[in-house]
Design a protein around this ligand. Structure first.
Ligand code: CA
Length: 224
């Protein structure tokens, strides 16, 4: 997943980023509400989740959240707040957020909330993705082809996850890249080709039916 964090405590933003990256996500962070809103709006199609602090310079989290929803953006928004009152909770949800987490929180709590959000029916995500005899479980991060368990690296897993959510659709390199690498990344887009080559070896080698297809000059797709 690609995640945007809007949080003015830079140390906290960095530690969340680090933790999420260790789980294979691509993470960007910005330090004020105004830039957060602009970034979220401009790259709305690329982000799968917004983690938004409430007390922010320039524009607070309530306003950012409401404004993004007013513009019709639907990605899940998880609010971080230092306050814990019933009024705040109601206000947060009234402004279009999906859930909130009270500071200080553990990384495990954050992960659990994220998993819950990703399971929300708005996204209608099945717990397990299946294409032909290839199965991917986003919660356990296990992948099987038939009875055979396939071990993937973090990036290979995220790429396969992304393609399997859009079966039969050609995904351009650029799109794959913006979903799986953050802005600060200096990785070249040909890293995608390298990862795809390895991924193909793991899921298709030795099988008559090939599932991962290269669309020359464009990108990749998983057969639907
Ligand atoms: Ca703050």
């Amino acid at each position: 997943m690609r995640i945007l964090i809007v949080e003015d405590e830079e140390k906290l933003a960095q530690s969340i980023k680090k933790g999420l990256e260790a789980k294979g996500h691509a993470v960007d962070y910005v330090l004020d509400g105004q830039e957060g809103e602009q970034r979220a709006e401009m790259f709305a199609d690329n982000y799968d989740l917004l983690i938004l602090d409430l007390m922010l310079p320039k524009k607070n989290g309530f306003e950012v959240c409401k404004s993004l929803r007013d513009k019709g953006l639907t990605f899940p928004i998880l609010i971080l707040t230092a306050r814990d009152t019933i009024e705040d909770k109601v206000l947060v949800l009234d402004n279009g957020a999906d859930d909130y987490l009270v500071k200080p929180f553990s990384f495990e709590e954050l992960s659990a909330r994220m998993r819950a959000l990703m399971r929300r029916p708005t996204d209608a995500l099945p717990t397990e993705l299946q294409i032909k005899d290839l199965r991917l479980n986003p919660s356990t991060r296990e992948v099987y082809r038939g009875e055979k368990k396939i071990d993937l690296t973090l990036k290979e897993f995220e790429m396969l996850n992304f393609l399997m959510r859009h079966p039969g659709q050609v995904k351009e390199r650029e799109e794959i890249f913006t979903h799986l690498w953050d802005f600060a990344s200096n990785a070249l887009s040909n890293v995608i080709d390298v990862h795809m080559k390895n991924l193909r070896k793991k899921i298709d080698d030795g099988y008559d039916e090939k599932l991962l297809e290269t669309v020359r000059g464009v990108g990749y797709k998983i057969e639907g």
